[in-house]
Every structure is written in structure tokens, then in C-alpha cells.
Design a protein. Structure first.
Length: 399
């Protein structure tokens, strides 16, 4: 029995698919020093972040900006009026002003961005600046996380590229169009993962949850420290306690606001009826939020769950939670947007893989995953065009 994993590994390497995959990883590993040399100087982090965003705009978002003037002229004024209600009164109950189940009605407790605009007296302009600052923080934090976890600047660049080429990138690029606050939540979640102190992590998670409730449900996926040593296990416990503190404070304050000010939680629209078309597009909805990230998940499942090791219990719990969250997203209308929040799990996964595989191999796998995401057009490639949804719907005969 003990030789079974080794036998399977030998069979995989000997197969044509295995040989091709191994050749691809070795080719990408040879490319890494060139990328490393290009990211020199004290400003390499913003350089890597902006380069990742630029490549995503060119390759993964080919229709970005198409008819953008008409698009914003038609869409943005209505949403700016919605945000203005919260800027005038952050405790305004949105369900009393909009139809139950609408996106506007769900914004009652999405307070972080409006509260910043209200507190600074910067109004709508200040809210937009804050949104785009958080959008940049998504890529900046991704670069730092990849560098910190895998040890090279090129790894940080490819981590940012992976996110920029998926729905994360869509939120970064279009954050000011709808005032959806996705980029605010993403930025704060990644800030929590980068935090060196427990208080900073707890505060970032608290603010992320008050940007979008989905941050609450993915908070366990932000636990980066996997313990191979006693010190790492202590760091993991500190992360758990900080996560519980941040999310617990959010729930307590939300309940207090509900009781004290009569704010209501909009629940209509959760759950699918038999006529909902999203089930016909389930394959596309599953692919679009993660794209090349599925490769990371597949490698992680094999490496972390195949045979016993000290961290397998945590790995099992993490994969089970990830799967449960992804499936639960089919119970809401914004399937792709909801699933995209789970992209934060890529970083704990990379950390865990370093405990089971050679780090250069993990970096090569990350490079391959990011290039897959880059070269396959993003779900929202244009303003109204859903390239992958249309393609998968056609393949499934659901068009």
C-alpha cells in the first residue's frame, strides 16, 4: 500500500499527458528568471501590479471600453443616485426605497464606502477615489502575497496576473461603473491576508464584511498560515482568533444596527426558481470566476489530499468549505460575482502546496494557471457581451 502513490506518480510521468504537463512546467520555470530580471528596482511592486492589469486589459478583457461613453451615460447616473442616498444618510434603510430583492435594496448594510465618503465630506467623488484605491490594493496585495509565499518577485507578478485576468480584474477595471463595491471588499480581504498584526486583520475583515456580506462567508478562506512548524501553528491560531474577532464584531454591530435603528436585511431573491436560466449555464458559471485557478485547485487536491500528512485535516476542511461555498452561490442571482469572492483561497492553497511540493514547481504551476486565465477571454469581455457564457451555452444547447 505504501508504494501505491509512488506507482501512480510513475505512471503519470510516463503517460503522454504527464510528459506534456511536465515539459510545460519546466518550460515555464525556465522563463521565470527573465521575468525576475524585469522586476527590478524599488518600485517593482506597483510595476508588477500595473503590468498585470495592462496584460489583462489587452488579452483577457478585449472588449473593455467598447461603447463605454454610452454605457456609462445610460447606467452610471442611476447608480450614483443610489449611492448618494447612503452618502446623505449612511443608516438609510434601502429596502424602504427600492423593490425587495433588487440590488439597491441589498445595500442597507454595505456601509464602508459610503461611510468613508460621508466621514470625509468628500461625497461621491471621494467614494469613487476610495473604490479605485481599493481596486489597486487588490493587485498590490496580490503581488506582495505571491512574493511572500513563494519567495520571488515573478511569483508576485503571476499571482496578480491570475486575479487580474478573472472576475477580480473585471471588478478592478469597472469598479466605478456600478458602484458595486466588489473591489472594496476584495481589497480589504487581501489586506487582511497581508496584515502582520491581528488587530489590522480583524479591522480589515470587519470593513470588508460591511462592504459586501459575501466577505463574511469567505473569511475562513483567508487563513494563510499553514503550520508545518510550531511557530507557524501559533501564527495560524492567531489568524483564526483575529478572523473570529473581525467577523464576530461585524455580526454584533449589524445586529445592533438592526435592533436600534430598525434596519432590515433583504432576503428576497435568494434561492432559485425552476425558470432561472443560470442552471443551464452552470458550467460557464463554475469556470468564469476561477478560470486557470481550477488548475491550482486540481493540483492542490491531488497534492494535499492524496496521502496522509500532518496538515491533511485542515486541507480537507478547507476544500470542503470551498466546495460548499461555491455550490451555495447557485442559490443567489449573482452566481459569478458571488463565486469570485472565493478566489482568496488561492493564496492559502499556494502556501499549503509549498509544504508538499518543491517551491519552484509550485511557482511554475502558478505561472501556468495565470497564463490560462490570461489567454481565455474574461466572462465580461465587453460591456454587454458574456463571451464564455455564450460559448458554453451554445455547447450545452441552452442558447
Amino acid at each position: 500500500m505504501s508504494s501505491e502513490p509512488a506507482r501512480l506518480k510513475t505512471a503519470w510521468v510516463a503517460s503522454p499527458t504527464g510528459r506534456g504537463f511536465e515539459w510545460l512546467l519546466s518550460s515555464l520555470a525556465a522563463l521565470e528568471p527573465r521575468v525576475e530580471r524585469g522586476l527590478r528596482g524599488p518600485l517593482w511592486v506597483p510595476l508588477a501590479a500595473m503590468l498585470a492589469l495592462l496584460l489583462a486589459v489587452v488579452f483577457s478583457h478585449p472588449g473593455f471600453g467598447t461603447n463605454s461613453a454610452k454605457f456609462l451615460e445610460r447606467i452610471r447616473p442611476g447608480w450614483s443616485q443610489v449611492v448618494q442616498l447612503k452618502l446623505d444618510d449612511p443608516l438609510h434603510d434601502m429596502s424602504s426605497s427600492f423593490e425587495e430583492g433588487s440590488n439597491q435594496a441589498k445595500r442597507t448594510f454595505r456601509l464602508t464606502a459610503p461611510a468613508v465618503g460621508y466621514a470625509t465630506r468628500a461625497g461621491l467623488s471621494g467614494t469613487i477615489v476610495f473604490e479605485y484605491a481599493c481596486a489597486y490594493a487588490v493587485l498590490h496585495s496580490a503581488v506582495l502575497l505571491g512574493w511572500r509565499l513563494l519567495g520571488t518577485r515573478s511569483a508576485g507578478f503571476f499571482a496578480a496576473l491570475l486575479l487580474a485576468s478573472t472576475y477580480f480584474g473585471t471588478a478592478v477595471l469597472k469598479t466605478g461603473a456600478f458602484f458595486w463595491y466588489d473591489s472594496v471588499s476584495y481589497g480589504l480581504l487581501l489586506l487582511a491576508m497581508n496584515a502582520s498584526g491581528s488587530a489590522t486583520r480583524a479591522l480589515a475583515l470587519f470593513a470588508a464584511c460591511f462592504s459586501d456580506e459575501r466577505a463574511l462567508f469567505v473569511a475562513p478562506l483567508t487563513l494563510v498560515q499553514w503550520g508545518a512548524t510550531a511557530e507557524q501553528r501559533r501564527a495560524f491560531r492567531r489568524e483564526v482568533l483575529a478572523t473570529l474577532a473581525g467577523t464576530g464584531a461585524y455580526l454584533a454591530v449589524r445586529i445592533w444596527l438592526s435592533v436600534t435603528f430598525g434596519l432590515r436585511t433583504a432576503t428576497q431573491g435568494i434561492g432559485l426558481g425552476p425558470s432561472d436560466p443560470v442552471l443551464h449555464q452552470a458550467v460557464a458559471c463554475l469556470w468564469a470566476p476561477f478560470e486557470g485557478g481550477w488548475l491550482l485547485l486540481a493540483v492542490g487536491a491531488v497534492a494535499l489530499l492524496a496521502k496522509p500528512w500532518p496538515g491533511r485535516g485542515i486541507a480537507r476542511a478547507g476544500f470542503a468549505f470551498f466546495g460548499a461555498y461555491v455550490l451555495s452561490c447557485f442559490l443567489v442571482g449573482d452566481v459569478t460575482r458571488s463565486m469570485a469572492f472565493a478566489c482568496v483561497a488561492f493564496f492559502p492553497l499556494l502556501k499549503a502546496l509549498t509544504l508538499r511540493l518543491d517551491i519552484p514547481r509550485v511557482r511554475a504551476t502558478l505561472m501556468l494557471a495565470s497564463l490560462v486565465s490570461l489567454l481565455v477571454p474574461n466572462l465580461f469581455a465587453g460591456n454587454d457581451v458574456t463571451v464564455e457564457i455564450s460559448l458554453f451555452a451554445w455547447l450545452l444547447g441552452a442558447r
